[in-house]
Ligand binder design. Structure first.
Ligand code: CO8
Length: 256
């Protein structure tokens, strides 16, 4: 059985599923290799315009594999170069939607935060419980979480390790929307299909500018936005989109 399964359930949409149910989808080396490979391939595939990342009904992912690192030393952890496996997910130029059921803990919560949109089931739980096993987040939990929810909510989660419900996550801006557990994947796929129907160059520029701009001074970020906005006027899809509006027909976007 593959621990990371890639499917094409809808036109323009890829579904990446973590499949290690016996360990609550804990992220061992094999899963992380699988995710890195999948995102590298999907980023290059012109047929793919949006990606849904999911786990199973019980767990999106219950974190890094504790058993695989319990006896490791600092040098070994360094030599594992885990950050290189997260990089293709973080750098994915296409919209990524996390469809979260069950546990999104530790590295699982960090993985969800690599996505651009998070759809959570009512029973989902988000948390950074690393402190409870003697460590701290190592894949963005102190940084992406704080940027998403602010210092005081983040500190509460990071210093207590206590998970929060999907509703709490929604209230603090950690998820995009909460739906009944049984509707998470369908909601995410429908959303991905909608986004896949958008002009891909515009989607790519939006993602790039939102992410790069978030850490830049406002003036620089606004300049990034302006340049990307202007750049899109050299795309065929901009002409198609605006002509289709004027001609009162549906646009057909080519990704050029
Ligand atoms: N690692 C390894 N195995 C796990 C993990 C995990 N994170 N989570 C669950 N499992 C295993 C259990 O050991 C158990 O295996 P076995 O059947 O062999 O005993 C099986 O999955 C089922 O687990 P439970 O019996 O515990 O299932 P429950 O439904 O009772 O509980 C929980 C589910 C609440 C998810 C519980 O398993 C749990 O608390 N898991 C640990 C959560 C956690 O602490 N996560 C943080 C890990 S540290 C981390 O993520 C650091 C990230 C750093 C960045 C990454 C850099 C590489």
């Amino acid at each position: 059985m593959e621990v990371v399964v890639v499917e094409r359930p809808r036109e323009g949409v890829a579904l990446v599923r973590i499949n290690r149910p016996e360990a609550r989808n804990a992220l061992n080396g094999e899963v992380r290799q699988g995710l890195a490979g999948a995102f590298t391939d999907l980023a290059r595939d012109p047929e793919v315009r949006a990606i849904v990342l999911t786990g199973n009904e019980e767990a999106f992912a219950a974190g890094a594999d504790i058993k695989a690192m319990a006896e490791a030393g600092a040098v070994e952890m360094m030599l594992r170069e885990a950050h290189r496996l997260w990089a293709p997910i973080a750098a994915c130029p296409k919209p990524v939607i996390a469809a979260v059921n069950g546990y999104a803990l530790g590295g699982g919560c960090e993985l969800a935060m690599h996505a651009d949109i998070i759809i959570a089931g009512e029973g989902a739980q988000f948390g950074q419980p690393e402190i409870r096993v003697g460590i701290m987040p190592g894949a963005g939990g102190t940084q992406r979480l704080t940027r998403a929810v602010g210092k005081f909510k983040a500190m509460m989660m990071l210093l207590t390790g206590k998970p929060i419900s999907a509703r709490e996550a929604d209230a603090m801006g950690l998820v995009s929307s909460v739906v009944p557990d049984g509707e998470v994947l369908e909601t995410a796929l429908t959303l991905a299909e909608t986004i896949a129907g958008m002009p891909p160059l515009a989607a790519r520029q939006i993602k790039e500018v939102v992410l790069a701009g978030a850490d830049a001074p406002l003036e620089a970020a606004l300049m990034l936005e302006r340049k990307a906005f202007q750049l899109l006027f050299d795309s065929e899809d901009q002409k198609e989109g605006m002509r289709a509006f004027i001609e009162k027909r549906r646009p057909a976007y080519q990704g050029r």
